[in-house]
Design a protein around this ligand. Structure first.
Ligand code: HEM
Length: 271
């Protein structure tokens, strides 16, 4: 049996709903012949505007719904699936509402912010589809905390083992132990560090190993440390982008809400 996911939820019920909404809006727009140029002020313009505004408020409600863990009305997967498809249908409803009259004013600001919110939603969706699975794959049934404590344990073992080695090796191992997951904040964005001291230690030990086979345990220890660091780097890199897109999508949606309010108020003030 194929499991419901964000896209095929209940046999694509929300995709069908969104297509129906876009089609009805499109057909109404085509058969509507207003006495003035089509815009938000005709009866169809008001209707599409009301549907669009209600949709925006409902789309924003997802933020509230996500935090209501005890609420049983519809599961979150259904909510997100509906959010995606109806959010995309909003492009059609709102564009027809404008009657393609875009200019430098508060009405168009609301439209531009809406399109930017929807575009950021599309960007987030690509991260959303790959991110969580990629994160759990890279952690391989471990938590980031478990990996971090593995690194600490490896450091304790390395400090003990390197006591028998010469000064150069001790310095290399000590420098490696000081290497954190990232060197600077921008590393999380790129997902790797350019001068990794553990990587350096692994390379140096690999060369020294030929002349001194007793370094084998220390070498294995550092290879394990590097592997754990790489897992943590990939994990935090993915998390960074997952957090970043929401910190774009959510403020944009609040900006849109404010512009929508200004748009609606100005329409009624200048009625
Ligand atoms: C004007 C249209 C839209 C508005 C106002 C809007 C608003 C929001 C808000 C308020 C949240 C909740 C974020 C949170 O509190 O964590 C959210 C989440 C989300 N939105 Fe949108 N959104 C819109 C369109 C879209 C579109 C078109 C897509 C996809 C193509 C999309 C994808 C998502 C996803 C994937 C989430 C995360 C859901 C989750 O965390 O479970 N959004 N959106």
């Amino acid at each position: 049996m194929i499991q419901d996911n964000l896209f095929n939820y209940k046999h694509f019920v929300f995709l069908k709903l969104a297509v129906a909404l876009a089609l009805i809006s499109g057909i109404a727009y085509l058969i509507h012949t207003p006495a003035i140029t089509a815009n938000g002020g005709t009866w169809l313009g008001y209707t599409l505007g009301t549907v669009g505004a209600l949709l925006i408020v409902w789309l924003m409600w997802l933020g509230v719904r996500k935090r209501q863990y005890s609420n049983e009305t519809g599961n979150l997967r259904a909510w997100v699936s509906a959010h995606i498809y109806l959010g995309l249908a909003l492009t059609v409803v709102a564009t027809l509402h404008t009657g393609f009259q875009i200019g430098w004013n508060v009405h168009s600001l609301a439209y531009v912010l809406m399109m930017a919110t929807i575009a950021s939603g599309g960007w987030g969706l690509t991260l959303y589809v790959q991110g969580p699975k990629a994160m759990s794959d890279v952690l391989n049934r471990q938590s980031p905390e478990e990996l971090a404590s593995l690194v600490e344990q490896l450091d304790r073992e390395a400090a003990k083992a390197s006591k028998q080695a010469d000064q150069a090796v001790q310095t290399l191992v000590a420098a490696s132990a000081g290497q954190g997951v990232f060197n600077q904040r921008t590393d999380a964005w790129r997902g790797h560090v350019s001068a990794c001291l553990t990587d350096n230690c692994v390379n140096q030990l690999q060369q020294a190993l030929q002349a001194n086979p007793e370094l084998a345990d220390l070498y294995r220890n550092q290879v394990q440390r590097l592997r754990a660091l790489k897992q943590l780097r990939r994990y935090y890199h993915l998390r960074f982008w997952m957090d970043l897109w929401l910190s774009v999508h959510v403020p944009l949606s609040f900006g849109l809400l404010a512009a929508l309010l200004a748009h609606v108020l100005s329409v009624f003030i200048y009625w």
